[in-house]
Write a protein that binds this ligand. Structure first.
Ligand SMILES: Cc1cc2nc3c(=O)[nH]c(=O)nc-3n(C[C@H](O)[C@H](O)[C@H](O)COP(=O)(O)O)c2cc1C
Length: 193
């Protein structure tokens, strides 16, 4: 049986090849809010390995607040051009500060400055104020590195289950569900479409 992470990597690579999308690695991450409602939004999938699926965000954003109260999350991907859907269920935990810094360094300077000025998920009283802050930050950090804000980092989702669906026009989709067992090994079963 193929390891589900190897399978995911192959599918991701296949989806990246000739992708018509501008945001090629967008993934919907669903968290549970304080009233028990699911809440989904897209983020950029950074890396996948045996440890899990990593994305970056503000630790104190709405999703960050949800995760600290309930780390059980779901990821959903759909790559239309290859007909692949992937669903992941797992437990999220913050990545290390060193890892967050190395992801921060891959961001464009423009993205770093915007990230520094935004209070993600808080009410925006005026977009002018945000633009002013951005202009101030541009001046302040001219010629120097933009520091990573302490509240910006990432989450790694350690998967408990991963379902791979291969879309079929006749609706006989192939569904392969991998479940992680207690010993850390994976079991695969097919599901009806
Ligand atoms: C294609 C796409 C990629 C995005 N990537 C990220 C990301 O990597 N990190 C992030 O914090 N927000 C990202 N966003 C914005 C989120 O969808 C969301 O608006 C933001 O994280 C605030 O969510 P929250 O208030 O539920 O925490 C992305 C949006 C889109 C449409």
């Amino acid at each position: 049986m193929e390891h589900p992470i190897s399978k995911f990597k192959k599918w991701w690579q296949a989806a990246l090849n000739d992708s018509p999308l501008k945001q090629k690695s967008a993934v919907c991450v669903s968290t549970i809010d304080q009233d028990g409602f699911p809440s989904g939004r897209f983020v950029d999938l950074k890396t996948v390995d045996e440890e899990g699926f990593t994305f970056c965000s503000y630790l104190d954003s709405e999703k960050g607040v949800h995760i600290s109260a309930n780390p059980k999350v779901a990821l959903t991907l759909w790559w239309d051009h290859v007909g692949y859907q992937v669903r992941v269920k797992g437990v999220a935990e913050p990545i290390s500060e060193e890892e967050a810094i190395s992801h921060w360094r891959t961001r464009s300077r423009e993205a770093q400055l915007t990230t520094l000025c935004s209070r993600q998920s808080q009410e925006l009283k005026s977009s002018e104020a945000l633009h002013e802050q951005l202009a101030e930050a541009e001046t302040r950090y001219q010629g120097t590195e933009v520091p990573k804000p302490a509240n910006w980092g990432g989450f790694r989702i350690r998967p408990d289950s991963i379902e791979f669906l291969t879309f079929s026009d006749d609706r006989l989709h192939k569904r392969e569900l991998y479940d992680r067992e207690d010993a850390g090994t994976w079991r695969m079963k097919l599901l009806q479409p």
